[in-house]
Design a protein around this ligand. Structure first.
Ligand SMILES: [Ca+2]
Ligand SMILES: [Ca+2]
Length: 298
């Protein structure tokens, strides 16, 4: 990916030499920017190495708030700073797990999403639209398979922005709305297509916890969050230390939850002179092995 970008840059520079040779000012500006981009990539590599070290030195068997990775990291640089925020993806629900490998609907996940959508005041029809968007077949399961200008993707969701193509999902539903009163949480604060499908009970928000089981109401979810402020869950069974969590609840959610995370989205903000760059890295961790899945620069 990086190589491709470098090649494109080299190509663009030679094209510019021909077309802009009379406009030295613009050309110099372009070269300056190109050099800056190279520096940005170098910094992002540095940031990646730093994050890799942090995650390598972390206990991968349990992940919770208070661990080093969960804190904001600021690295001062000449002329600016690098701000790194690591977000574990297992705090979110992954909509891709609504559909099983054999293309049938995953009933457990369906119930979780039904609850989630009712908390977020999203029409249940949108849930069927998401299922038909993801499942490989083109027969409607109650949702939309054919749109006026295109057909449903019939494949997994790669990015949350992609949800905007699905009927019934608009900016307000995806990103939330903080202007009016009441709960206006966006899907982007509860979903991720990068999660391994097992919700980390140490990092999941109250709304995700409430969606997991019909007997986890708001009061009980608050209790779980309160417990987490003092201790963390070393094991799923530790949930019974929270007053109100029954053996039945633990039994029902045991295959859907975990106490650790595997995928991490790293937000890197680079302030450099008067310019700002945004960079995202998706990392996967298996024990001490950290793998970069992709990298994006804005
Ligand atoms: Ca950890
Ligand atoms: Ca489909």
């Amino acid at each position: 990916m990086l190589l491709i970008i470098v090649f494109i840059l080299i190509g663009s520079i030679s094209a510019l030499v021909i077309s802009l040779s009379e406009d030295d000012f613009m050309f110099n500006e372009y070269i300056e920017r190109t050099v800056e981009y190279e520096q940005i990539y170098m910094m992002s590599d540095l940031a990646f190495e730093a994050v890799k070290e942090i995650l390598k030195n972390d206990n991968s068997k349990v992940d919770y708030y208070g661990e080093f990775w969960s804190q904001n990291i600021i690295i001062p640089i000449e002329n600016g700073k690098i701000n790194i925020q690591i977000v574990d993806q297992e705090r979110f629900l992954n909509p891709n797990y609504l559909v099983n490998l054999d293309d049938t609907v995953n009933q457990k996940y369906f119930s979780i999403f039904e609850r989630l959508f009712s908390y977020l005041n999203i029409d249940e029809r949108v849930l069927y639209n998401i299922i038909d968007w993801i499942d490989k077949n083109s027969q409607s399961d109650g949702g939309k398979e054919i749109y006026p200008d295109f057909v449903a993707k019939n494949s997994k969701i790669d990015t949350l922005e992609e949800l905007l193509l699905i009927e019934g999902i608009n900016d307000k539903i995806l990103y939330g709305n903080s202007s009016s009163s009441g709960l206006n949480l966006g899907l982007n604060s509860v979903l991720s297509p990068y999660s391994n499908g097992k919700v980390n009970i140490n990092t999941a928000s109250k709304w995700v916890l409430m969606s997991l089981d019909r007997d986890i109401d708001e009061a009980l979810a608050n209790e779980i969050v309160l417990y987490r402020k003092r201790k963390y869950f070393k094991d799923i069974k530790d949930l019974n230390l929270v007053e109100g969590v029954t053996g039945d609840i633990i039994h029902r959610i045991s295959g859907l939850v975990d106490v650790k995370s595997e995928n991490f989205l790293v937000n890197i903000d680079i302030t450099f002179g008067d310019r700002e760059y945004k960079m995202f890295l998706l990392l996967n961790r298996k024990g001490k092995n950290i793998r970069k899945i992709w990298q994006k620069v804005y």
